[in-house]
Design a protein around this ligand. Structure first.
Ligand code: ATP
Length: 377
């Protein structure tokens, strides 16, 4: 068990490439924290610095209060699971899992039977008991990944580090293995730091998620907070599938959001936020599930209806994703009940109701900051 603290940590590669830029992050004992962001945002570099595989250029990194900047990987007592399982092909599953302990048996003060017990316990947890004598080539991708996890478990480390461990698995196996990793954490409660570019994986696994971009932490919070209160437009657009819709427009009289001759009435909360942070041009953000098709009396007489035209219909069983155009704005996506669609087809005009309680307003400048976070109201 361990706490992990990054204090103003940076990684600068030769050629002045600032892969990680002055990040500060405190991870609690037993916490499951997911680093997520687009390719190249610095998540793997952050994890590798923690593992000791990458030198730290600036700042301080501590595990359980002990500064580890110059401590070699083997003395950090943490175990890393990689995307490409990195199993020894000529060794059995048992040997793969036991090997690192056998190598350091005396140093770790373990007997042969203690190692045997640890391997068998880990195999039982991971459902690998029947495969212990097999070689990796006779295993499925999911089983190989479990062996890689088993190899980390037997070390009984202070923390687990996972670097995109599910990337090589097909979609179904990814979801299954994701659930196994979550169960494993509930059982072992070992501090876990997990890297992925997949925001859905991040949302389902993390106690907290850390959204990164260009080597900087954008937001660090529990998944629902990141989803409902994104600090800026980047986070709002990165988290959620389908992504948040953005409409560029103007604030009129401090009460209305207008775009291309369409008008929406701002709620008192949004108006108050704008009183504090006046803006004339803003970007309105609304999630697909906060937009509803009108029709058959739904939302009759309501304000906050905008005109749009259906361009694509994507059925998903009981739900359907509608892609819509509204003037010159980027395509809007609305997720709705499939039964609301009866009689509608591509090119049909479809008035849409926007739930203004769920709307965010973002600055149009490069910060794209959220002007309407509840705590600012
Ligand atoms: P991915 O999801 O693609 O693995 P990532 O978020 O994990 O991306 P990193 O691998 O941490 O990103 O890389 C962050 C930045 O540092 C990138 O711009 C990358 O090109 C750069 N970088 C990584 N390793 C090196 C290196 N050895 N030398 C120079 N630049 C590097």
């Amino acid at each position: 068990m361990a706490t992990v603290t990054f204090q103003e940590v940076s990684k600068v590669y030769p050629g002045d490439v600032r892969a990680v830029n002055n990040i500060s992050l405190s991870i609690k004992d037993r916490e499951f924290v997911v680093l997520v962001g687009p390719s190249g945002c610095g998540k793997t570099t952050t994890l590798r610095m923690l593992a000791g595989l990458e030198e730290i250029s600036e700042g301080t990194l501590s595990i359980d209060g002990r500064v580890v900047n110059t401590v070699p990987p083997k003395d950090r007592d943490i175990a890393m699971v990689f995307q490409n399982y990195a199993l020894y092909p000529h060794m059995s599953v048992y040997k793969n899992m036991a090997f690192s302990l056998q190598l350091r048996r005396r140093e770790l003060g373990l007997t042969k039977s203690q190692i045997d017990q640890r391997v068998k316990e880990a195999a039982a947890i991971l459902g690998l008991t029947d495969y212990l004598q097999r070689k990796p080539k006779a295993l499925s991708g999911g089983q190989r990944q479990r062996v890689a996890v088993g190899r980390a478990i037997v070390r009984n480390p202070k923390a687990f580090l996972f670097d995109e461990p599910l990337s090589n698995l097909d979609a179904k196996l990814r979801v299954e293995t994701r659930a196994e990793i979550k169960k494993l954490h509930l059982r072992l409660k070992t501090t876990t730091i997990y890297v992925t570019h997949d925001q859905e994986e991040a949302m389902t696994l993390g106690d907290r998620i850390v959204v990164m971009k260009d080597g900087l932490i954008q937001q660090c919070a529990p998944p629902l907070v990141v989803y409902e209160q994104p600090v800026n437009r980047f986070v709002a657009g990165f988290v959620g599938t389908p992504p948040m819709n953005f409409i560029t427009g103007s604030i009129v009289d401090g009460r209305y959001f207008t775009f291309e001759k369409q008008r929406l009435l701002l709620t008192p909360r949004l108006q108050q936020c704008l009183n504090k942070e006046p803006a004339t041009e803003v970007i309105l953000g609304v999630r697909p599930e906060a937009i509803s098709p009108t029709g058959e009396g739904r939302f009759a007489g309501q304000e906050n209806i905008i005109q749009a035209t259906i361009s694509v219909i994507e059925p998903l069983g009981d739900k359907v994703d509608l892609y819509l155009s509204a003037g010159q704005q980027p395509t809007l996506i609305c997720r709705t009940d499939a039964h609301h669609l009866q009689g509608l087809a591509v090119q049909a005009e479809l008035p849409l109701y926007l739930n203004m309680d769920k709307v965010h307003l973002f600055a149009t400048d490069t910060t794209g900051r959220n002007l309407t976070l509840p705590q600012q109201a």
